[in-house]
Design a binder for this molecule. Structure first.
Ligand SMILES: Cc1cc2nc3c(=O)[nH]c(=O)nc-3n(C[C@H](O)[C@H](O)[C@H](O)COP(=O)(O)OP(=O)(O)OC[C@H]3O[C@@H](n4cnc5c(N)ncnc54)[C@H](O)[C@@H]3O)c2cc1C
Length: 382
């Protein structure tokens, strides 16, 4: 069943993106996984195709695309591999902060390059000592004339190594009570004195996604780089984190559908006891159950996306979709790997990579426990 928000024009983009990815991404993806990076040239080509921030206004290099296009782009990238999530993060998570809360001057300066692929962005919330507890971050940005002096450390930052521009979540008022009222968003550009990129982190999965530590030691950042108002960063995050979680849920469903597709194909071809693996009742029941759950997840997700496009309050539903779908993705990965037998454990089989990549979706963008906390709060359970 096709989602109501997917129209002919979305399918046209899907088709041209698919053809592009068949030529420019699928043949190279294993190489990128080994290199631990998506090359900049690929970002540029995505920009040329109109698939970087297409939702931006024409004056900034977009075509005013609705969120349906973002869904299509994220789905098609996910089919290649979850390691491409850094592009979705740039398109639908970081750049929206610049567009929604930036000044006219900031937008003119950064947005066209975000759409062309000349600027790669990252968002730095997490610190070694604070992940789920976002208000507990320690990175400070204290005013000194026309600059902020930034000190602190961030970790697990997607696109961290390649980023030209990092949206840093910091405390402009470290003594604020409650703590979240001291949080602000500051753009730190590469080559800023006192800003260094630490090591590229060695992960068990998402090998092609660049994930890094960022260090700020008396980094001098112009006050002109403040996004929105001082002390309002936490409110911007609470609003925009909904789309971030939606992007993770969309990736989870697309990954699950892909795993079911390759596994269904595999069990039809593989034989044991003179029959195909697909002919065993256990295989049929397992895959039928997973197909049902993925379809249920897809239907719910489409409803939430539709409400998000209409601008409705979807905090509770997004939290539900994020935890339920990413838990399902982990289950699909484990069951599908098992149905591949020993081959599923071999690196050259796609299902092995998917099995490594799936679990993090339940951790980032707010762990699944945090999602349940939000739902419970919305239910009046405090
Ligand atoms: C590959 C990868 C990419 C990432 N990309 C980014 C990025 O681009 N930018 C960024 O800022 N961050 C990023 N992160 C960080 C990610 O968002 C955090 O890891 C996540 O929010 C969890 O924080 P933590 O790791 O500090 O875990 P912790 O907060 O220490 O949590 C540890 C465990 O305790 C549980 N827990 C915590 N609090 C509660 C509670 N109140 N009740 C019940 N259980 C609880 C958690 O669910 C988790 O299971 C990335 C992480 C990874 C692994």
């Amino acid at each position: 069943m096709k989602a109501a928000y997917i129209k002919e024009e979305h399918e046209i983009l899907r088709e041209s993106l698919r053809k592009f990815l068949e030529k420019e991404a699928y043949p190279y993806f294993n190489e990128w996984e080994q290199d631990g990076l998506i090359p900049r040239s690929f970002w540029k080509k995505m920009g040329d195709l109109g698939c970087l921030c297409p939702w931006l206004d024409e004056e900034y290099g977009g075509f005013g695309a609705d969120f349906g296009y973002s869904v299509v782009i994220n789905e098609e990238l996910e089919k290649v591999g979850t390691g491409l999530i850094g592009i979705g993060l740039h398109n639908d998570i970081v750049v929206p902060y610049l567009e929604q809360y930036g000044t006219a001057e900031q937008k003119k300066r950064w947005l066209p390059k975000c759409a062309s692929g000349e600027i790669i962005t990252a968002i730095a919330m997490t610190e070694p000592g604070a992940g789920s507890d976002l208000a507990g971050i320690k990175t400070s940005a204290l005013r000194d004339g026309k600059d902020y002096i930034v000190n602190g450390e961030k970790t697990f930052i997607t696109n961290g190594i390649q980023a030209d521009l990092v949206l840093v979540v910091c405390k402009t008022d470290p003594k604020a009570d409650p703590a979240h009222k001291g949080v602000s968003l500051l753009v730190v550009e590469k080559n800023t004195l006192g800003f260094t990129k630490g090591k590229k982190l060695n992960k068990i999965g998402l090998h092609s996604q660049d994930t890094a530590e960022l260090i700020f030691e008396d980094a001098r950042v112009p006050t002109d780089n403040l996004i929105g108002k001082e002390g309002e960063g936490f409110y911007y995050l609470m609003k925009n984190l909904q789309q971030e979680r939606l992007i993770v849920a969309i990736g989870g469903i697309a990954a699950s559908e892909r795993m079911l597709k390759i596994t269904t194909q595999y069990v039809k071809e593989r034989k044991a006891f003179g029959k195909s693996i697909a002919s065993f009742q256990n295989t049929q029941f397992k895959l039928a159950e997973l197909e049902t759950e993925v379809e249920i997840g897809r239907t719910f997700l489409d409803r939430v996306v539709d409400s998000h496009i209409k601008g409705e309050d979807v905090v509770k539903e997004v939290s539900m979709a994020k935890w339920w779908i990413t838990d399902l993705t982990k289950k699909v990965a484990a069951e599908c790997m098992h149905l591949h037998g020993g081959y599923g454990y071999m690196e050259e089989y796609e299902i092995a990579r998917r099995y490594r990549d799936a679990p993090v979706s339940a951790i980032y963008a707010g762990s699944n426990e945090i999602m349940k906390q939000i739902i419970a709060k919305k239910m009046g359970l405090q």
